[in-house]
Design a protein around this ligand. Structure first.
Ligand code: BES
Ligand code: ZN
Ligand code: ZN
Length: 501
């Protein structure tokens, strides 16, 4: 899609549609809206008077100027009361508009730049939220539909117009960042929505390598033999039940700047989680093609950081495999010696995410990062605790969680800090090995997190459990039914705001 920012008047623009936002209070008639209304002999005023459209958030109106303007349609989206505007309301308002644009199969649209006019909202951030709303709402996965009548062109041209040329640079900055964060989210959604027969661990690694190439990232994909040499036995144990070979992808982003912090990002890449021999009930398996969403978040975050040229040295580490039952599968009671040397008694093969992450986190330490961040669809426990509203975060150092919470407030990919007390380690005591991989019925998310803590040593570490927020069950503004891509915008914001620890 082509996104342009231009100086110009939207009322004079010729396009398939023009889009403006409006509020119930001030002024129902902005200068621009008034100019348009005058040309339409009061049609917009009439629309408000009928109360068919009030300017509240979620409302959309489409008007047809019938030659009185150069454009074919006018779309109005409600922003809600002006003094109550937030970045999320902007994102949602343009998300509803984006959904309408998709429904009407509009290919080209001109949008009036949003004017937050509030001291708490910067113009660049508002512009970013506007673009995010439009582009995230425009997402659809239709490549498996063979229906010929299916129109796949969708929105091709998005032009943002602002009359005041002094504002263009700031708008442009936000628009470019919105374009990157939306790309990262939609790319993550796309990978997580792929069924496991269309996205094997090898496909996943190949896609990671392609994205790396396109974004000047270094990329190395380790084969099963190389993973064996690295002694990542916990990862290999999970992979042993699958006919598909495991793949370890390591990405690296080297910034143009010097003297920067080094961070290691680790993502869970289970392309299908049947539970292994501790087989899941079939209804619990339906979403398990998305059990690699953490891995997808890591790829898109590194690519996004490269696109933004952020001053950080980043590693992305993604162990990818399936978790299936078979004659060669990991068995209940098996004891494995992990990459770190610590031994693990496996009492439930469905707690496989922590096994592959244990090795990946331990391996991440070899890069001597200033901090390690992992993202994983790790536990149903976090879904019980926080529902599909917030992801759970855990950290072994003051400050990192607070930064993640702030990034979550900006992006509305919200996170909630969970406890990481040593008490939880009691549940993982094993009679035979250094630890078990599961610890009873309650506090599952906290127990999984404390398990992982054993493998990060003293490195500052943030763990993000996205199991509860991985899917949406319906379309809603900029959210699409299916995989959410949650974590990409969060991490990009978190890294954009990064300061040395
Ligand atoms: N991939 C699942 C976690 C999950 C659950 C993700 C629901 C998305 C939605 C993970 O591998 C798993 O099976 N966890 C188990 C662990 C349990 C057996 C200790 C869980 O949390 O139920
Ligand atoms: Zn599992
Ligand atoms: Zn899993």
């Amino acid at each position: 899609m082509q996104i342009k920012v231009k100086t110009g008047r939207i009322d004079l623009t010729e396009d398939e549609a023009i889009l403006l936002s409006c509020s119930p209070d001030n002024p129902k008639f902005s200068v621009m809206l008034k100019a348009i209304d005058d040309k339409l002999s009061g049609a917009i005023r009439h629309l408000f008077e009928t109360k068919d459209f009030t300017g509240n958030l979620g409302q959309i109106a489409v008007l047809y100027p019938l030659g009185k303007l150069k454009s074919k349609r006018i779309i109005l989206t409600g922003l809600g009361k002006r003094n109550e505007i937030t970045l999320e309301k902007i994102r949602r308002a343009y998300g509803f508009a984006g959904r309408k644009v998709k429904e009407l199969k509009i290919n080209s649209i001109s949008v009036q730049a949003v004017e937050p006019n509030l001291p708490v909202i910067q113009l660049n951030e508002a512009s970013q939220a506007m673009v995010e709303g439009m582009l995230l709402a425009n997402y659809k996965l239709d490549r498996y539909k063979t229906d010929e009548g299916n129109d796949r062109t969708g929105l091709q041209n998005l032009t943002i117009l602002e009359q005041d040329h002094r504002k263009i640079a700031e708008i442009e900055k936000g628009v470019r960042e919105g374009e990157i964060s939306s790309w990262a989210t939609n790319f993550t959604r796309d990978l997580a929505n792929q069924p496991s027969n269309r996205l094997t661990p090898s496909d996943f690694a190949r896609i990671a390598a392609k994205i790396a190439h396109e974004n000047n990232l270094r990329c190395k994909v380790y084969s099963k033999a190389q993973i064996q040499k690295l002694k990542m036995n916990a990862f290999l144990a999970v992979a042993s039940g699958s006919a598909q070979p495991p793949q370890l992808t390591v990405l690296e982003y080297l910034p143009p700047q010097t003297k920067v912090n080094t961070l290691a990002l680790v993502g869970k890449g289970i392309t299908f989680d049947a539970g292994g021999l501790s087989l899941k009930p079939s209804e619990d398996m339906t979403e398990m093609k998305a059990d690699m969403m953490g891995g997808a978040v890591v790829i898109s975050t590194l690519a996004g950081c490269a696109k933004m040229k952020l001053p950080l040295h980043l590693f992305g580490i993604i162990p990818a495999t399936e978790n299936l039952p078979s004659g060669s599968a990991l068995k209940v009671g098996d004891i494995i010696t992990s990459h770190s040397g610590k031994t693990i008694e496996v009492l439930n093969t469905d707690a496989e995410g922590r096994l592959i992450l244990a090795d990946a986190l331990s391996y991440a330490r070899s890069f001597k990062p200033d901090a390690i961040i992992d993202v994983a669809t790790l536990t149903s426990g976090i879904k019980y605790a926080l529902g599909n509203v917030c992801a759970g975060i855990f950290s072994n150092i003051d400050g990192l969680a607070t930064r993640a919470i702030k990034a979550g407030e900006k992006t509305n990919e919200r996170v909630w800090e969970m406890p990481l007390g040593d008490e939880y380690m009691e549940f993982l005591k094993s009679d035979l090995a250094d630890m078990k991989n599961v610890g009873g019925k309650w506090g599952g998310a906290c127990i999984a997190a404390i398990f992982l803590k054993n493998f990060v040593g003293d490195f500052p570490w943030l763990h993000v459990d996205i199991a509860g927020v991985d899917f949406k069950d319906k379309d809603d503004s900029y959210w699409s039914k299916g995989a959410t891509g949650f974590g990409a915008r969060l991490l990009l914001q978190f890294l954009k705001d990064w300061k040395k620890i």
